[in-house]
Design a protein. Sequence first.
Length: 136
Amino acid sequence: MDWEDYFPTAIAERGYDYYSKGYVTDLKQTETQITATVTGTQDYCVVIDLANGDFQDGTCECPYANSHPYCKHMAAVLYQATVADKPASQHQDSKAPTDNDNREQTSTKLVERATDRQVRDFLSDEFTIEVQQVRK
């Protein structure tokens, strides 16, 4: 399921953080839909629509999703669903990548896919934060 292209890099990274912290619960998956609860400021219900096993759309009860197409809660559910789709033998393999390895691979993948606009927005945000900290 190649869904990461739909999500801005920063949103996917935040979703990965929520996934890795175990904030995704009650994951249920059918051929056409994934549902789960993600703990954030409060518990949010997330619904992911699938077609032929591929990501089509998502909804979330969080305020961010009211004005943006995709949120970190949706990304967290998709990361969790990706892990749930793997055979049990991959979960128990002692040579399987550690969570840090997975995080590094995911981060590398997100950086490689980042658009010029996403990179500019990220850098602008980081520089703004840095300037604000210097002024304090």
